[in-house]
Write a protein that binds this ligand. Structure first.
Ligand code: SF4
Length: 430
């Protein structure tokens, strides 16, 4: 089979015959925040200490029962874990003891590699000394700070309680404590943002000795308070000060052009890193390597032992927990099919056409693109042929390039990625 392998610390990939399915990425969802940001469309919210404690108990039981659940799904669950990602929400909402309990359960269930990449998301100013010390004892070696903007007016407009000065001080404090692998998230398209203020945020970020930057464009959808306000024609939440879609796209494009000149290579649509500092964990998602998620709204993808019918790729199964906290708390996870019936769990079989679609729309997110040789090795002509036909026109329209036997999105293609994926996959019969 033509599988891919995560080759090195930088998340660089190579096409090779073996290996990539041997290790596992683990995602832990901690869906609690001190307050809810107006733009947030994640399954997260403000909860009591008791709710957090009950959740930790639930997530530990979910981790401990993972091997049995994987078996019930006929999926292979690698025991060796080489990446862990605590996201949310704000994992910095956990107490040191709760963090210790979660990692203790992980160690009882899995074998965590000595050089595992262990990332924790944190809100600036919300990771106390005791939690930071415990996180480092537990192996956290990478922290991602949800800054979003280094301009106070923009942060305040979306409900963030931190200031730019506080964020900068937080970066230095974490670096002094020994966390050198630090990254921040920034959002293009916040209320009051201008070209100059965006450049200020980018310049501040690149001046702090950070290793990783994520740059997202503000999403306007029904899942956030801000999105609902905009779509409903409302005027609250600083809607009047939102940049236009075109202006937001221009801000994103300027980041794609400016950050590489500062040494931050763009390796994915929203992600930039100094050499050797890509997120290995997130690369697993885009390369379709196995991972398991625990907690609210956590998603997983595990491989099966058998090949997908008629193809060179392996069949797989994707499954996800629900996004309702009460439902997640009630649904115990040792019997997936029973939990599915209660609505607490969903599952999708990944057969040949699904695997092909995923390879296209996940692989193209990465700037290294997709190897055509590998595509033809893994999938049959009735899947690859129509995509190759569609590719000609997508390339002519300036959205994609074919270079060194790989398809890659252009800068414009990254902005219109959903359109590219739709056009490439139009001819795929499901
Ligand atoms: S953006 Fe982050 S900190 Fe803000 S509510 Fe959402 S998960 Fe919480």
């Amino acid at each position: 089979m033509g599988a891919m392998v995560l080759k090195d610390r930088d998340g660089m990939v190579a096409e090779t015959e073996a290996g990539f399915e041997a290790t596992l990425g683990v995602y832990l969802s901690v869906p609690f925040c001190r307050s809810k940001c107006s733009f947030c469309n994640f399954a997260s919210g403000v909860s009591s200490e008791e709710a957090v404690e009950a959740y930790v108990g639930r997530i530990c039981r979910e981790i401990a029962t993972a091997p049995g659940r994987a078996q019930a799904l006929r999926a292979r669950l690698p025991r060796d874990v080489d990446t862990i990602y605590l996201g949310g929400g704000t994992p910095s909402r956990l107490s040191p003891e709760q963090l210790r309990r979660i990692f203790g359960t992980l160690r009882e269930t899995f074998q965590i590699a000595g050089d595992a990449e262990v990332t924790m998301e944190a809100a600036p100013g919300q990771i106390g000394e005791a939690l930071l010390a415990e996180a480092m004892v537990q192996g956290v070696n990478r922290i991602s700070l949800g800054v979003q903007s280094f301009v106070d007016r923009e942060s305040a407009a979306v409900g963030r309680s931190h200031t730019a000065k506080g964020c900068v001080e937080e970066v230095y404090r974490l670096q002094r404590a020994g966390v050198t692998d630090l990254g921040v998230d920034l959002i293009a398209g916040l209320p009051y943002q201008t070209e100059a203020s965006w450049r200020h945020s980018l310049q501040t970020a690149t001046s702090l000795g950070l290793k990783h930057l994520s740059v997202y464009m503000l999403e306007i959808d029904e899942d956030s308070r801000l999105g609902r306000e905009v779509l409903g024609g409302g005027r609250r939440l600083h809607v009047h000060a939102l940049p236009s879609e075109e202006a937001t796209a221009a801000l994103y494009e300027s980041a794609c052009e400016w950050l590489p000149a500062q040494g931050f290579e763009q390796y994915e649509i929203s992600n930039f890193a100094l050499q050797q500092h890509r997120s290995r964990h997130n690369c697993k998602y885009w390369l379709r390597a196995p991972y398991i998620g625990f907690g609210l709204d956590a998603h997983s993808m595990l491989l099966r032992d058998e090949q997908a019918a008629g193809e060179g790729c392996r069949s797989a199964v994707r499954f996800a927990n629900c996004s309702d906290l009460a439902q997640y708390q009630e649904a115990e996870s040792c019997a997936p099919f029973r939990v599915a019936a209660s609505g607490g769990f969903s599952m999708t079989e990944v057969g040949r056409s699904e695997a092909f679609e995923e390879t296209i729309f996940l692989g193209l997110r990465m700037n290294q693109g997709i190897s055509l040789v590998q595509l033809r090795q893994e999938f049959s002509a009735d899947l690859v042929g129509p995509a190759e036909e569609a590719a000609g026109e997508v390339i002519r329209d300036g959205l994609m390039l074919e270079q060194e036997g790989r398809w890659r999105l252009t800068l414009r293609g990254r902005l219109l990625s959903n359109e590219v994926f739709t056009r490439l996959l139009m001819g795929v019969a499901v």
